[in-house]
Design a binder for this molecule. Structure first.
Ligand code: MG
Ligand code: MG
Length: 255
């Protein structure tokens, strides 16, 4: 069931979203060749502490997970698409890093992700990352009253496919509010004009995931969490928490 938010709720979610933005900004600033994802997780924990917020990721255990998630960020490097457990392995020149972060503040959740490279970027990685953010922008632009979920999905999918990238089936965005994952699901590919109508007060996490090799296949890592591309190609992920309002989409996880 979709839980519509009041304007007061949306303001509270904006504050949670701001904390997520601060986590991602700090993690991005700290990321460099020779720094480990686990160190970025420490940076994120400090931001949460200072904000008086907690993490919806830490100890999260969905049905598919063999163990509770041990960190406050997901750090997915190179062929990892999403759900990477931050490791102590240091980042190397040219690595493509996707960081996904969440925050719980005053009972409301925020969820956002960025992708970037450290050191000298390969041009194909820059193009992949730029396309992930372009797909996110297209999805947000379609998140307007009068449209349907399928319009968001179609907008995201069109950008990804036109650029020649793959889309992992079965993973995508979601409603968000008191908890990180609520109804409805927001697929990263779909048919326009289909699905649930968008209404003022719906809050959605919109999150394109792109596979650079162009295929859609992925596999879980042995850790049971990390999803990797089957062909070994690199992947990118971008996400914002977005409120649908009569005045248009409002990004809640910007700084
Ligand atoms: Mg996320
Ligand atoms: Mg999400």
């Amino acid at each position: 069931m979709v839980q519509l938010k009041t304007d007061t709720h949306i303001e509270a979610m904006r504050e949670a979203g701001r904390v997520v933005a601060q986590i991602l900004t700090s993690a991005r600033e700290a990321a460099a060749v020779g720094v480990s994802p686990r160190e970025l997780d420490e940076v994120a924990r400090e931001v949460l502490r200072e904000a008086g917020a907690t993490s919806p990721f830490l100890n999260y255990r969905p049905h598919f997970a063999p163990t509770p998630f041990p960190a406050v960020i997901c750090a997915s490097v190179n062929d990892a698409i999403v759900h990477g457990i931050p490791s102590s392995e240091r980042l190397r020149d040219g690595d493509l890093v996707s960081i996904d972060a969440g925050a719980l503040l005053n009972g409301w959740a925020g969820d956002s992700a960025i992708s970037f490279t450290v050191g000298s970027a390969r041009p194909e990685d820059t193009r992949l990352i730029d396309t992930a953010f372009a797909a996110l922008d297209a999805g947000i632009a379609a998140a307007v009253v009068g449209n349907r979920i399928g319009d968001i999905a179609h907008a995201i999918g069109s950008v990804c496919r036109t650029a020649g990238y793959g889309i992992p089936d079965g993973f995508g965005g979601h409603g968000i509010g008191r908890s990180m994952h609520e109804d409805p699901g927001v697929p990263n590919e779909g048919r326009p004009g289909r699905g649930m109508p968008l209404r003022h007060g719906m809050v959605l996490a919109i999150e394109p995931m792109l596979i650079g090799g162009g295929g859609d296949d992925f596999r879980p890592d042995r850790d049971g969490w990390t999803l990797r591309t089957t062909d070994g190609s690199r992947a990118a992920h971008a996400e914002h928490t977005v409120a649908i309002t009569d005045d248009g989409p409002r990004v809640l996880t910007a700084l």
